[in-house]
Design a protein around this ligand. Structure first.
Ligand code: SF4
Length: 157
């Protein structure tokens, strides 16, 4: 029994080490290694005028994956723009959430829709870069450097 516990402990340790090592590597690959120091308190979300889940920018940086989705509360786009940006973007019309592709089949494309979920790289594209998130971060992380980076070409680095 004791031997089994030891094996489980070793496997857990190895698993955690692999996950941590992977995160360190991907954070360096994105060019934003400081993102690993984010402790996901989400204080940066509180002042975003678009109601973005800003902490997802940081999560995208340490995982080197600008395709992860973040939520939004106050971003409005034309349906055409939403659909052309990402057909899988989640939009809200008359209180109902659906993909931009589904909405595009049913509604006029010049209609304004609320965006509820979008890829981090697309969020950066529509981000006004006010920087309120950065001034709110208790450890002063340079969040806007991620947004600027992604604004260029939707990729890190
Ligand atoms: S406020 Fe700073 S530490 Fe907190 S989630 Fe945002 S970036 Fe991370």
């Amino acid at each position: 029994m004791e031997k089994k516990f030891r094996q489980v402990n070793v496997l857990t340790f190895v698993g955690i080490t692999v996950v941590m090592a992977t995160l360190v590597i991907t954070a360096f690959q994105s060019g934003h290694p400081w993102s690993l120091t984010c402790y996901q308190c989400r204080a940066c979300n509180l002042k975003c005028p678009l109601g973005y889940d800003v902490a997802k920018y940081v999560a995208a940086a340490y995982s080197n994956n600008p395709d992860i989705y973040m939520s939004a509360q106050n971003l409005q786009l034309r349906l055409k723009t939403a659909y052309e940006t990402d057909p899988n973007m989640i939009v809200e019309i008359d209180g109902n959430e659906m993909t931009a592709m589904e909405a595009h089949k049913k509604y006029p494309e010049d209609m304004m829709v609320y965006v509820r979920k979008l890829r981090v790289k697309d969020a950066a594209r529509f981000d006004p870069l006010e920087g309120a998130c950065e001034t709110t971060c208790p450890i002063g992380l340079p969040i806007t450097s991620i947004i600027r980076d992604l604004k260029e070409d939707g990729k890190f680095g």
